[in-house]
Design a protein around this ligand. Structure first.
Ligand SMILES: [Zn+2]
Length: 424
Protein backbone atom coordinates (compact mmCIF):
# COMPACT_ATOMS: atom_id res chain seq x y z
CA UNK A 1 0.00 0.00 0.00
CA UNK A 2 2.79 2.34 0.89
CA UNK A 3 4.40 1.82 -2.52
CA UNK A 4 1.26 2.62 -4.47
CA UNK A 5 0.89 5.79 -2.41
CA UNK A 6 4.45 6.77 -3.25
CA UNK A 7 3.66 6.26 -6.93
CA UNK A 8 0.67 8.61 -6.61
CA UNK A 9 2.58 11.22 -4.67
CA UNK A 10 5.63 11.01 -6.95
CA UNK A 11 3.55 12.40 -9.79
CA UNK A 12 3.00 15.65 -7.91
CA UNK A 13 5.48 18.37 -8.87
CA UNK A 14 4.88 20.55 -5.83
CA UNK A 15 3.54 19.88 -2.36
CA UNK A 16 -0.27 20.28 -2.69
CA UNK A 17 -2.08 22.80 -0.57
CA UNK A 18 -5.46 22.16 1.16
CA UNK A 19 -8.15 21.99 -1.53
CA UNK A 20 -5.66 21.02 -4.28
CA UNK A 21 -6.07 17.77 -6.15
CA UNK A 22 -4.06 15.04 -4.44
CA UNK A 23 -3.91 16.83 -1.12
CA UNK A 24 -5.67 14.03 0.77
CA UNK A 25 -3.39 11.35 -0.67
CA UNK A 26 -0.37 13.47 0.17
CA UNK A 27 -1.49 13.89 3.79
CA UNK A 28 -1.97 10.13 4.17
CA UNK A 29 1.45 9.52 2.65
CA UNK A 30 3.08 11.98 5.05
CA UNK A 31 1.32 10.38 8.00
CA UNK A 32 2.52 6.92 6.98
CA UNK A 33 6.05 8.18 6.52
CA UNK A 34 6.07 9.72 9.99
CA UNK A 35 4.59 6.56 11.45
CA UNK A 36 7.23 4.46 9.70
CA UNK A 37 10.17 6.46 11.02
CA UNK A 38 8.66 6.55 14.51
CA UNK A 39 8.45 2.76 14.32
CA UNK A 40 12.11 2.60 13.22
CA UNK A 41 13.04 4.80 16.18
CA UNK A 42 11.06 2.64 18.59
CA UNK A 43 12.80 -0.45 17.22
CA UNK A 44 9.59 -1.93 15.82
CA UNK A 45 10.91 -2.28 12.26
CA UNK A 46 13.12 -5.29 11.59
CA UNK A 47 16.78 -4.53 11.10
CA UNK A 48 19.06 -6.36 8.65
CA UNK A 49 22.81 -5.97 9.14
CA UNK A 50 22.23 -2.86 11.23
CA UNK A 51 19.99 -1.20 8.63
CA UNK A 52 16.17 -1.02 8.71
CA UNK A 53 14.31 -3.48 6.51
CA UNK A 54 12.54 -1.17 4.14
CA UNK A 55 11.57 -3.68 1.48
CA UNK A 56 7.88 -3.05 2.10
CA UNK A 57 8.09 0.71 2.61
CA UNK A 58 10.50 2.56 0.37
CA UNK A 59 11.24 5.98 1.72
CA UNK A 60 14.07 8.08 0.28
CA UNK A 61 16.39 7.17 3.12
CA UNK A 62 15.23 3.57 2.94
CA UNK A 63 16.26 3.34 -0.71
CA UNK A 64 19.83 4.32 0.14
CA UNK A 65 19.85 1.76 2.95
CA UNK A 66 18.72 -0.85 0.44
CA UNK A 67 21.51 0.31 -1.89
CA UNK A 68 24.08 -0.08 0.88
CA UNK A 69 22.84 -3.55 1.62
CA UNK A 70 23.11 -4.47 -2.06
CA UNK A 71 26.65 -3.11 -2.11
CA UNK A 72 27.56 -5.36 0.79
CA UNK A 73 26.08 -8.33 -1.06
CA UNK A 74 28.11 -7.44 -4.15
CA UNK A 75 31.30 -7.40 -2.06
CA UNK A 76 30.40 -10.77 -0.52
CA UNK A 77 29.74 -12.20 -3.97
CA UNK A 78 33.06 -10.84 -5.30
CA UNK A 79 34.76 -12.43 -2.31
CA UNK A 80 33.10 -15.74 -3.02
CA UNK A 81 34.14 -15.59 -6.68
CA UNK A 82 37.79 -14.77 -5.82
CA UNK A 83 37.84 -17.48 -3.13
CA UNK A 84 36.66 -20.05 -5.66
CA UNK A 85 39.29 -18.94 -8.19
CA UNK A 86 42.05 -18.98 -5.54
CA UNK A 87 41.08 -22.43 -4.31
CA UNK A 88 40.95 -23.77 -7.87
CA UNK A 89 44.48 -22.42 -8.47
CA UNK A 90 45.85 -23.66 -5.12
CA UNK A 91 44.50 -27.17 -5.77
CA UNK A 92 46.11 -27.24 -9.23
CA UNK A 93 49.44 -26.20 -7.73
CA UNK A 94 49.14 -28.66 -4.87
CA UNK A 95 48.53 -31.54 -7.28
CA UNK A 96 50.44 -30.54 -10.41
CA UNK A 97 50.31 -32.68 -13.52
CA UNK A 98 53.38 -34.90 -13.51
CA UNK A 99 56.41 -33.05 -14.78
CA UNK A 100 54.92 -29.56 -14.47
CA UNK A 101 55.91 -26.90 -11.94
CA UNK A 102 53.87 -24.12 -10.38
CA UNK A 103 54.57 -21.64 -13.21
CA UNK A 104 53.36 -24.09 -15.84
CA UNK A 105 50.26 -25.01 -13.81
CA UNK A 106 49.40 -21.34 -13.34
CA UNK A 107 49.53 -20.86 -17.11
CA UNK A 108 46.94 -23.58 -17.56
CA UNK A 109 44.83 -22.25 -14.66
CA UNK A 110 44.91 -18.74 -16.11
CA UNK A 111 43.65 -20.00 -19.47
CA UNK A 112 40.90 -22.00 -17.73
CA UNK A 113 39.82 -18.96 -15.73
CA UNK A 114 39.58 -16.98 -18.99
CA UNK A 115 37.45 -19.75 -20.48
CA UNK A 116 35.13 -19.99 -17.49
CA UNK A 117 34.44 -16.26 -17.18
CA UNK A 118 34.66 -15.44 -20.94
CA UNK A 119 37.31 -12.81 -20.34
CA UNK A 120 40.49 -11.82 -22.18
CA UNK A 121 43.85 -13.28 -21.23
CA UNK A 122 44.85 -10.01 -19.58
CA UNK A 123 41.64 -9.88 -17.51
CA UNK A 124 42.07 -13.55 -16.52
CA UNK A 125 45.65 -12.81 -15.44
CA UNK A 126 44.50 -9.88 -13.28
CA UNK A 127 41.67 -11.87 -11.69
CA UNK A 128 43.92 -14.80 -10.86
CA UNK A 129 46.69 -12.55 -9.57
CA UNK A 130 44.29 -10.73 -7.23
CA UNK A 131 42.78 -14.00 -5.97
CA UNK A 132 46.23 -15.45 -5.22
CA UNK A 133 47.49 -12.24 -3.60
CA UNK A 134 44.50 -12.15 -1.26
CA UNK A 135 44.69 -15.84 -0.43
CA UNK A 136 48.42 -15.94 0.17
CA UNK A 137 49.40 -12.51 1.47
CA UNK A 138 46.31 -10.59 2.62
CA UNK A 139 44.03 -13.11 4.36
CA UNK A 140 42.34 -10.58 6.65
CA UNK A 141 41.68 -8.17 3.77
CA UNK A 142 40.20 -11.15 1.92
CA UNK A 143 37.99 -11.93 4.93
CA UNK A 144 36.80 -8.30 5.01
CA UNK A 145 35.73 -8.62 1.35
CA UNK A 146 33.99 -11.94 1.93
CA UNK A 147 32.06 -10.53 4.88
CA UNK A 148 31.01 -7.54 2.79
CA UNK A 149 32.81 -5.01 5.01
CA UNK A 150 35.17 -3.83 2.27
CA UNK A 151 34.27 -3.41 -1.40
CA UNK A 152 36.34 -4.77 -4.27
CA UNK A 153 37.86 -1.38 -5.15
CA UNK A 154 39.27 -0.93 -1.66
CA UNK A 155 40.58 -4.47 -1.58
CA UNK A 156 42.24 -3.98 -4.97
CA UNK A 157 43.82 -0.76 -3.73
CA UNK A 158 45.38 -2.60 -0.77
CA UNK A 159 46.58 -5.44 -3.01
CA UNK A 160 48.09 -3.09 -5.60
CA UNK A 161 49.96 -0.96 -3.11
CA UNK A 162 51.44 -3.90 -1.20
CA UNK A 163 52.81 -5.69 -4.24
CA UNK A 164 56.41 -5.66 -2.98
CA UNK A 165 55.72 -6.66 0.64
CA UNK A 166 56.23 -10.17 1.98
CA UNK A 167 53.70 -12.10 4.08
CA UNK A 168 54.93 -10.82 7.45
CA UNK A 169 55.03 -7.22 6.24
CA UNK A 170 51.50 -7.55 4.83
CA UNK A 171 50.30 -8.80 8.22
CA UNK A 172 51.80 -5.73 9.92
CA UNK A 173 50.15 -3.49 7.38
CA UNK A 174 46.76 -5.15 7.87
CA UNK A 175 47.07 -4.50 11.65
CA UNK A 176 47.25 -0.76 10.99
CA UNK A 177 45.13 -0.31 7.91
CA UNK A 178 42.11 -2.61 8.29
CA UNK A 179 40.58 -0.98 11.39
CA UNK A 180 40.24 2.25 9.37
CA UNK A 181 39.63 0.85 5.91
CA UNK A 182 35.85 0.75 6.18
CA UNK A 183 35.45 4.42 7.02
CA UNK A 184 37.85 5.80 4.40
CA UNK A 185 37.19 6.50 0.73
CA UNK A 186 39.18 4.46 -1.79
CA UNK A 187 41.58 7.32 -2.48
CA UNK A 188 42.20 8.08 1.18
CA UNK A 189 42.70 4.37 1.88
CA UNK A 190 45.20 4.14 -0.99
CA UNK A 191 47.17 7.06 0.45
CA UNK A 192 47.15 5.50 3.91
CA UNK A 193 48.37 2.15 2.57
CA UNK A 194 51.11 3.85 0.55
CA UNK A 195 52.32 5.73 3.64
CA UNK A 196 52.32 2.51 5.68
CA UNK A 197 54.22 0.64 2.96
CA UNK A 198 56.90 3.32 3.06
CA UNK A 199 57.15 2.98 6.84
CA UNK A 200 57.45 -0.80 6.63
CA UNK A 201 59.80 -0.86 3.66
CA UNK A 202 61.57 2.44 3.10
CA UNK A 203 62.94 1.13 -0.17
CA UNK A 204 59.47 0.31 -1.49
CA UNK A 205 59.05 3.38 -3.68
CA UNK A 206 62.39 2.79 -5.40
CA UNK A 207 61.56 -0.89 -5.94
CA UNK A 208 58.14 -0.05 -7.36
CA UNK A 209 59.66 2.50 -9.73
CA UNK A 210 62.28 0.03 -10.90
CA UNK A 211 59.79 -2.72 -11.55
CA UNK A 212 57.45 -0.26 -13.29
CA UNK A 213 60.33 0.94 -15.47
CA UNK A 214 61.05 -2.65 -16.50
CA UNK A 215 57.47 -2.84 -17.79
CA UNK A 216 57.98 -0.05 -20.35
CA UNK A 217 56.59 -1.16 -23.67
CA UNK A 218 55.25 -0.28 -27.09
CA UNK A 219 52.06 -1.86 -28.36
CA UNK A 220 49.15 -1.38 -30.72
CA UNK A 221 45.54 -1.47 -29.58
CA UNK A 222 42.79 -1.97 -32.15
CA UNK A 223 39.99 0.58 -32.09
CA UNK A 224 36.69 1.01 -33.95
CA UNK A 225 36.27 2.62 -37.39
CA UNK A 226 39.52 1.33 -38.85
CA UNK A 227 41.64 3.05 -36.21
CA UNK A 228 44.27 1.79 -33.77
CA UNK A 229 46.16 3.37 -30.87
CA UNK A 230 49.95 3.11 -30.84
CA UNK A 231 50.88 3.14 -27.16
CA UNK A 232 54.27 3.90 -25.60
CA UNK A 233 54.36 3.10 -21.86
CA UNK A 234 57.38 5.01 -20.52
CA UNK A 235 58.88 6.56 -17.39
CA UNK A 236 56.87 9.76 -16.89
CA UNK A 237 59.78 12.15 -17.46
CA UNK A 238 60.60 10.58 -20.84
CA UNK A 239 56.97 10.59 -21.98
CA UNK A 240 56.54 14.19 -20.88
CA UNK A 241 59.77 15.34 -22.60
CA UNK A 242 58.79 13.71 -25.92
CA UNK A 243 55.27 15.09 -25.77
CA UNK A 244 56.45 18.61 -24.88
CA UNK A 245 59.01 18.64 -27.70
CA UNK A 246 56.40 17.62 -30.29
CA UNK A 247 54.00 20.17 -28.89
CA UNK A 248 56.43 23.04 -29.07
CA UNK A 249 57.38 22.10 -32.64
CA UNK A 250 53.72 22.06 -33.63
CA UNK A 251 53.11 25.41 -32.01
CA UNK A 252 56.07 26.89 -33.89
CA UNK A 253 54.84 25.50 -37.22
CA UNK A 254 53.00 27.79 -39.56
CA UNK A 255 49.77 26.41 -40.91
CA UNK A 256 47.92 27.60 -43.96
CA UNK A 257 44.37 28.96 -43.71
CA UNK A 258 43.08 25.73 -45.28
CA UNK A 259 44.61 23.54 -42.59
CA UNK A 260 41.60 22.51 -40.51
CA UNK A 261 43.35 19.74 -38.60
CA UNK A 262 42.78 19.69 -34.85
CA UNK A 263 45.85 20.14 -32.66
CA UNK A 264 45.81 16.46 -31.68
CA UNK A 265 45.78 15.39 -35.34
CA UNK A 266 48.74 17.70 -36.04
CA UNK A 267 50.71 16.16 -33.16
CA UNK A 268 49.93 12.67 -34.48
CA UNK A 269 50.86 13.58 -38.08
CA UNK A 270 54.14 15.13 -36.94
CA UNK A 271 55.19 12.01 -35.04
CA UNK A 272 54.12 9.72 -37.89
CA UNK A 273 56.22 11.80 -40.34
CA UNK A 274 59.25 11.51 -38.05
CA UNK A 275 58.87 7.74 -37.54
CA UNK A 276 58.20 7.05 -41.21
CA UNK A 277 61.35 9.01 -42.15
CA UNK A 278 63.46 7.39 -39.43
CA UNK A 279 62.48 3.78 -40.15
CA UNK A 280 61.70 4.07 -43.85
CA UNK A 281 58.17 2.72 -43.24
CA UNK A 282 56.32 2.31 -46.54
CA UNK A 283 52.72 3.15 -45.64
CA UNK A 284 51.42 2.07 -49.08
CA UNK A 285 52.99 -1.37 -48.67
CA UNK A 286 51.35 -1.71 -45.24
CA UNK A 287 47.92 -1.05 -46.71
CA UNK A 288 48.44 -3.72 -49.37
CA UNK A 289 48.35 -6.77 -47.07
CA UNK A 290 47.67 -10.31 -48.20
CA UNK A 291 44.02 -11.09 -48.65
CA UNK A 292 42.86 -13.70 -46.13
CA UNK A 293 40.49 -15.23 -48.68
CA UNK A 294 42.34 -17.83 -50.72
CA UNK A 295 41.18 -19.85 -53.71
CA UNK A 296 41.34 -23.65 -53.69
CA UNK A 297 44.28 -23.51 -56.15
CA UNK A 298 46.19 -21.11 -53.92
CA UNK A 299 45.66 -23.38 -50.92
CA UNK A 300 46.71 -26.43 -52.94
CA UNK A 301 49.88 -24.61 -53.96
CA UNK A 302 50.66 -23.72 -50.33
CA UNK A 303 50.00 -27.34 -49.28
CA UNK A 304 52.77 -28.66 -51.54
CA UNK A 305 55.11 -28.36 -48.55
CA UNK A 306 52.86 -30.68 -46.48
CA UNK A 307 55.66 -33.06 -45.59
CA UNK A 308 58.14 -30.46 -44.42
CA UNK A 309 57.96 -29.57 -40.71
CA UNK A 310 58.78 -25.89 -41.28
CA UNK A 311 56.06 -24.01 -43.22
CA UNK A 312 57.13 -21.94 -46.23
CA UNK A 313 57.21 -18.16 -45.89
CA UNK A 314 54.19 -17.98 -48.22
CA UNK A 315 52.28 -20.38 -45.95
CA UNK A 316 53.23 -18.43 -42.82
CA UNK A 317 52.03 -15.20 -44.45
CA UNK A 318 48.75 -16.83 -45.52
CA UNK A 319 48.10 -18.12 -41.98
CA UNK A 320 48.92 -14.73 -40.44
CA UNK A 321 46.60 -13.02 -42.94
CA UNK A 322 43.77 -15.46 -42.12
CA UNK A 323 44.17 -15.43 -38.33
CA UNK A 324 45.26 -11.82 -37.72
CA UNK A 325 45.85 -12.63 -34.03
CA UNK A 326 46.28 -15.57 -31.64
CA UNK A 327 43.38 -17.99 -32.08
CA UNK A 328 42.89 -18.74 -28.36
CA UNK A 329 39.51 -17.34 -27.21
CA UNK A 330 39.93 -13.82 -25.86
CA UNK A 331 43.58 -13.39 -26.96
CA UNK A 332 44.39 -10.62 -29.42
CA UNK A 333 48.16 -10.97 -29.64
CA UNK A 334 48.91 -10.00 -33.26
CA UNK A 335 49.67 -12.93 -35.56
CA UNK A 336 53.03 -11.43 -36.47
CA UNK A 337 54.13 -12.08 -32.84
CA UNK A 338 52.60 -15.58 -32.72
CA UNK A 339 54.01 -19.03 -33.38
CA UNK A 340 52.72 -20.76 -36.51
CA UNK A 341 51.53 -23.86 -34.70
CA UNK A 342 50.64 -27.31 -36.05
CA UNK A 343 47.10 -27.87 -34.70
CA UNK A 344 47.73 -31.64 -34.78
CA UNK A 345 51.41 -32.12 -33.96
CA UNK A 346 53.55 -32.70 -37.05
CA UNK A 347 53.52 -36.45 -37.61
CA UNK A 348 53.82 -38.01 -41.05
CA UNK A 349 52.71 -41.37 -39.66
CA UNK A 350 49.17 -39.97 -39.29
CA UNK A 351 46.99 -40.62 -42.31
CA UNK A 352 45.02 -37.44 -41.82
CA UNK A 353 46.24 -34.34 -39.97
CA UNK A 354 49.74 -33.93 -38.67
CA UNK A 355 50.84 -32.25 -41.92
CA UNK A 356 52.06 -28.78 -42.70
CA UNK A 357 48.87 -27.81 -44.52
CA UNK A 358 46.63 -24.75 -44.47
CA UNK A 359 43.97 -26.44 -42.32
CA UNK A 360 46.46 -27.77 -39.77
CA UNK A 361 48.29 -24.53 -39.00
CA UNK A 362 47.31 -21.55 -36.90
CA UNK A 363 48.64 -18.42 -35.25
CA UNK A 364 48.94 -19.15 -31.52
CA UNK A 365 50.91 -16.89 -29.18
CA UNK A 366 53.77 -18.44 -27.19
CA UNK A 367 51.76 -18.34 -23.94
CA UNK A 368 48.75 -20.17 -25.38
CA UNK A 369 51.04 -22.49 -27.35
CA UNK A 370 52.43 -23.60 -23.97
CA UNK A 371 48.91 -23.88 -22.54
CA UNK A 372 47.89 -26.08 -25.49
CA UNK A 373 50.68 -28.52 -24.60
CA UNK A 374 49.55 -28.85 -20.97
CA UNK A 375 47.73 -32.05 -19.97
CA UNK A 376 43.97 -31.93 -20.44
CA UNK A 377 44.01 -29.35 -23.23
CA UNK A 378 42.98 -30.23 -26.76
CA UNK A 379 42.78 -28.24 -29.99
CA UNK A 380 41.24 -29.21 -33.30
CA UNK A 381 40.61 -27.30 -36.52
CA UNK A 382 38.04 -27.83 -39.25
CA UNK A 383 38.26 -27.07 -42.98
CA UNK A 384 36.86 -23.58 -42.46
CA UNK A 385 39.53 -22.42 -40.04
CA UNK A 386 37.30 -22.85 -36.95
CA UNK A 387 39.45 -23.68 -33.92
CA UNK A 388 37.85 -25.82 -31.24
CA UNK A 389 39.55 -25.54 -27.83
CA UNK A 390 38.83 -27.94 -24.94
CA UNK A 391 40.11 -27.22 -21.43
CA UNK A 392 40.93 -29.79 -18.71
CA UNK A 393 37.48 -29.24 -17.16
CA UNK A 394 35.82 -30.26 -20.44
CA UNK A 395 34.67 -26.78 -21.53
CA UNK A 396 34.71 -26.41 -25.31
CA UNK A 397 34.90 -23.12 -27.18
CA UNK A 398 35.34 -22.40 -30.84
CA UNK A 399 36.98 -19.36 -32.38
CA UNK A 400 36.01 -18.55 -35.93
CA UNK A 401 38.59 -16.92 -38.21
CA UNK A 402 38.31 -13.12 -38.20
CA UNK A 403 36.53 -11.79 -41.31
CA UNK A 404 38.57 -9.98 -43.98
CA UNK A 405 36.99 -6.75 -42.76
CA UNK A 406 34.22 -5.77 -40.42
CA UNK A 407 33.49 -6.89 -36.89
CA UNK A 408 35.23 -9.74 -35.16
CA UNK A 409 33.00 -12.73 -34.37
CA UNK A 410 32.30 -13.51 -30.70
CA UNK A 411 35.46 -14.67 -28.99
CA UNK A 412 33.84 -17.44 -26.95
CA UNK A 413 31.56 -19.39 -29.17
CA UNK A 414 30.28 -22.76 -28.05
CA UNK A 415 30.11 -25.08 -31.07
CA UNK A 416 26.72 -26.48 -30.21
CA UNK A 417 24.18 -26.57 -27.40
CA UNK A 418 25.51 -28.55 -24.45
CA UNK A 419 29.10 -27.97 -25.45
CA UNK A 420 30.06 -28.03 -21.78
CA UNK A 421 30.67 -31.73 -21.87
CA UNK A 422 32.24 -32.59 -18.58
CA UNK A 423 34.17 -35.87 -18.59
CA UNK A 424 32.61 -37.01 -15.33
ZN1 LIG B 1 47.32 -16.10 -27.12
Amino acid sequence: MFESMIATVAELDVEPMPGDEGYEAFKIFEAHKDAYWSAVTRGEIAMIDGLPDVAGSRTDAGLLDAGQRAERLVAQAEGEKLAAVAEFALRSIANPAVGYDETAMMRSVEAEVGFAFRISSAAAHDLLHLAMTLARRLPRTFAALKSGKLGLRKVKAIADETLNLDVAQCARLEDTVLPEAETRTVRSLKEMVRAEVEKIDADAVRKRRESAKADRTLYVKDEHDGMATLCLYLPAEQARAIYDTINSRITAQRTGPDDERLIGARRADHLVDLLVAAFGVDLRAVADTDSPVLTAEQIARLNRGANSYVPSEAMKNAIRARDKHCRFPGCRRPAVHCDIDHTNSFNLALKAGGRTIYTNLGAVCRFHHQVKQMPGWHLSQDDHGNFSWTDPGGRVFVTRPPPADGDEPPEFWAPEAGAHTYPF
